[in-house]
Design a protein. Structure first.
Length: 345
């Protein structure tokens, strides 16, 4: 087997993901397939590159050596590839847009608008993890992605990631329609001290951390009894098995009442991200405009949020919110998402 660039990409992905399983998800292949490929690479290089234990995949000394070389070679090869695409006006980046999104208002609406306006193929990959989408952008497995974070706990992005805040909205309580508080337009977080909570199993967007903080400030610890993704959460809440926190643009669901939190203690940002220097500026502006239009349409079909906006005409947005200011200029390194959303209320 001749060592190729794609083999170095495998080594880098496993090292950065910290496990073969997460690296396989990042690269879009099965875990057994990636394991077999890694074994063939190790056989070619004459030794183990990773030791696998309860901490995940840890590089061996040989692995550290190969990884250091990979980090020298791969950026140069990637730069050559994308400079060649820019040189050739009919390059791949103009023919295909690979779009990723967490579930929310920027997912289907942006995809539809891209499909209607883009001359080439548009594909969608959904992930519940914003951090996974950031990695997919960093590794150029996607051209664009829509992620979300909480203003009180901003998502950290590498210097290679470009970003645009499309919208800022309040987090809202999701209650069974049979819940006594569902008759009120807003609820105090302290009024949910006796509730059972439904939360996502992953917390890379900070929801659980923010919930624990809010509840601690109100003098109680939330009783988290159910951990499930969005579809499961809808079923559990609508059938009265718990309450949750969700987006203001949460799509109307039978059995679920969307209610504002008093004093708006938690805000959500919807962010478009891409790898700097890969999509051209014109394409970035086009996709950002589609995302903004998708968000505006989502607001229009969210009666609970429209009612909330009427009661809160001065809701702050963008730089008025803590943590939403643009990252300061400086050397490469983690930075918060840039502000400058196209949708403002």
């Amino acid at each position: 087997m001749v060592l190729e660039t794609r083999h170095l990409q495998v080594v880098r992905a496993v090292a950065e993901a910290g496990s073969v399983t997460r690296a396989a998800a990042l690269l879009g292949v099965s875990q057994p397939s990636l394991t077999g490929q890694l074994q063939r690479i190790e056989n070619r290089l004459g030794g183990l590159l990773f030791v696998r234990d309860r901490r995940g995949a840890v590089p061996t000394p040989l692995g550290e050596f190969v990884l250091a070389k990979a980090r020298q070679v791969l950026p140069a090869m990637e730069a050559l590839h994308h400079e060649s695409l820019r040189y050739n006006a009919q390059g791949e980046e103009q023919r295909r847009i690979r779009y990723g999104a967490v579930p929310g208002p920027l997912m289907a609406g942006t995809l539809r608008r891209l499909g209607e306006q883009s001359p080439g193929e548009v594909t969608l990959r959904t992930e519940t993890s914003s951090a996974m989408l950031v990695q997919l952008i960093a590794h150029q497995a996607l051209e664009f992605a829509s992620v979300l974070d909480h203003v009180e706990r901003p998502l950290r992005l590498g210097a290679e990631i470009g970003s645009r805040v499309i919208a800022v909205e309040p987090a809202m309580a999701l209650l069974p329609e049979s819940h006594p508080l569902a008759r009120r337009p807003e609820v105090e977080i302290a009024q949910l001290a006796d509730a059972t909570w439904v939360v996502p199993p992953m917390d890379d967007n900070g929801l659980r951390e923010c919930l624990l903080r809010l509840c601690a400030e109100a003098g109680f610890t939330p009783r988290i009894t159910h951990e499930t993704e969005a579809t499961g959460a809808r079923d559990l809440i609508s059938e009265g098995h718990g309450v949750g926190l969700g987006q203001a643009t949460f799509r109307d669901t039978a059995g679920i009442a969307v209610r504002g939190l008093a004093r708006t203690p938690l805000s959500i940002r919807h962010i478009l991200i891409w790898r700097r220097g890969v999509p051209g500026p014109a394409l970035v502006e086009e996709v950002a405009a589609h995302a903004a239009a998708a968000y505006t349409a989502a607001v229009a079909r969210s009666p609970a949020y429209l009612n909330w906006l009427e009661r809160h005409p001065g809701y702050p947005a963008g730089a008025d919110l803590p943590g939403a200011a643009p990252g300061p200029p400086g050397p490469p390194g983690p930075a918060p998402a840039d502000s400058g959303g196209l949708f403002r209320r």
